[in-house]
Design a protein around this ligand. Structure first.
Ligand code: BES
Ligand code: MN
Ligand code: ZN
Length: 482
């Protein structure tokens, strides 16, 4: 992890310095260039533009466009553009904070997130580690008057970026390097480190609990399932939020086998929801979250074999409802059903689940937005607000039980696990709503947002870590729906 400090002036150590330039007004003196000279080089100060300028001393100066009166989200993007333009250097510094007009703390947090998250590289099992991020120090230049606010923002960003990077590392891990046992073991370690309670449930315990969904999905696998329950409880909590994450460590589709296309290769990331929940939980104590948060990670892979779940099989879920299987590739909702049922039993003020649930969400909203659906407008609004604040956007789709619930009707069970060919993200959410009881609930379908094919702003190629920062923001600001 890199060190981030706030200083009054540029440190000598900096190898690359990002200098904020607006579309109008004065150009920072340190650049040693006029606006006309910048413009002659095609740099106008638009958000995300960068121009690398070598200096006499050897430091690389980077003109960083911030547009006009940038928001915190825009500063995060500008900071990411700076980090990418700076190349893989060890020591960075920037005055981007000076362009902030709103909260200095929010701006500082955004700048740190932009630089650190854009510098993220997953080198995984590469024997040549030259591509690994070299980022070691980042200095934010801020006037004395805003130093303490900036420092608070930096502290917050250290927790949020660490969480997002953890979520990325987990999702980028090869499926046989991180199985359900592996993530559960890691959760135990992280819980001890970050002040969380942690309980792990194996196959036998899940059977005792009657968790037919996760056991059904696991039936074809050589690897046993794990359910991890994490608890964060501050003194005198203001409210109680429950989180449930889909942790399909590898989704082959099961007997309804997926085709061998590139989509199949990213199904190691089908545990991104669980990764986001686990990562978010590890930040709550450091951030002194005032709400109680209880989380369930539902972890298994989805494999075909002689013992696998079959089409036509009927599963009984934790809440007693029965489900007829029509497609074993619609497995996420089966494991979430048990997690949601258990969450309901704890009577939290709200439940939010997050899952790489449907290709339909990806088709509908692309890779920039996750879908949000639910039974509570108040919870959905809080998810939207948190998503907007951290620039992990969501877009609401209608739950429409009255119109679409009948697509899930089954002749032999309470419901089938898939609807018709259309509205797949909606029918999946309606399925989940059968398990959220009377508790105000929202569901985030992050199938599209889980990864990017190439570096883009603060997202680095591969898993995005989507959801980790969103859930932290949500947990911190959560208020019970009235
Ligand atoms: N994990 C997939 C959804 C997914 C697709 C995530 C693309 C990320 C990128 C999920 O388990 C799945 O296979 N869903 C099926 C549901 C269908 C069988 C009703 C889908 O979307 O095709
Ligand atoms: Mn699937
Ligand atoms: Zn899946």
């Amino acid at each position: 992890m890199s060190t981030v400090t706030v200083a009054r002036s540029l440190p000598r150590i900096a190898e690359a310095v990002g200098l904020a330039v607006r579309t109008a007004g004065a150009v920072p003196r340190q650049l040693g260039l006029t606006r006309a000279a910048l413009e002659a080089n095609g740099f106008t100060g638009k958000l995300g533009e960068t121009l690398v300028v070598p200096s006499r001393e050897g430091t690389t100066l980077v003109a960083v466009g911030v547009g006009d009166d940038p928001s915190a989200n825009q500063l995060r993007d500008a900071a990411a553009a700076f980090a990418r333009a700076a190349g893989n250097r060890e020591h960075l510094a920037t005055n981007l904070l000076e362009a902030a007009s709103g909260s200095v703390g929010d701006a500082a947090a955004a700048v740190v997130e932009g630089v650190v998250l854009a510098s993220y590289r997953y080198v995984g099992q590469k024997t040549d580690t030259s591509a690994a991020s070299k980022l070691d120090t980042l200095t934010l230049v801020a006037p004395a008057a805003s130093a303490s606010a900036a420092e608070r923002g930096v502290t917050r960003a250290m927790a949020t970026t660490r969480a997002a990077q953890l979520a990325r590392d987990l999702a980028n891990s090869p499926p046989s390097h991180l199985n359900a046992r592996g993530i559960a073991d890691l959760a135990v370690e992280l819980a001890a480190e970050h002040g969380l309670g942690c309980e792990v449930f194996g196959k036998d315990q899940l059977a005792v609990l009657g968790c037919g969904g996760i056991l059904g999905v696991n039936a074809g696998s050589v690897e046993p399932p794990r359910m991890v329950k994490l608890t964060y409880r501050p003194r005198n909590p203001k409210a109680h939020l429950a989180l449930v994450g889909k942790g399909v460590m590898y989704d082959s589709g099961g007997i309804s086998l997926k085709p061998s296309n590139p989509m199949h290769a990213v199904m190691k990331m089908d545990m991104s929801g669980a990764a986001a929940v686990l990562a978010a939980m590890t930040a709550l104590k450091a951030l002194r979250c005032r709400n109680q948060v209880t989380a369930w990670l539902m972890c298994t892979d989805n494999m075909p074999s002689g013992s696998a779940l079959k089409l036509g099989d009927v599963l009984t879920m934790r809440n007693g409802k029965t489900v007829e299987i029509h497609n074993t590739d619609a497995e996420g909702r089966l494991i979430l059903a048990d997690g949601l049922s258990l969450a309901v039993e704890e009577e939290p003020d709200a439940i939010v689940d997050i899952a790489t649930l449907t290709g339909a969400a990806l088709s509908a909203l692309g890779k920039e937005y996750a879908a949000v659906l639910g039974t509570s407008d108040a919870v959905i609004e809080q998810v939207e607000a948190a998503a907007g604040a951290v620039d992990e956007p969501v877009w609401e789709l209608p739950l429409s039980k009255d119109r679409y619930r009948k697509l899930l009707d089954s002749v032999v069970a309470d419901m089938r696990n898939v609807g018709g060919p259309y509205a797949g993200a909606i029918t999946a959410a309606i399925f989940l709503s059968e398990f959220s009881g009377e508790v105000p609930w929202a569901h985030i379908d992050m199938a599209g947002a889980m990864d990017v094919d190439a570096d883009k702003g603060w997202k680095s190629k591969g898993a995005t870590g989507y959801g980790a920062r969103l859930l932290i923001e949500l947990a911190q600001g959560f208020t019970p729906p009235t």
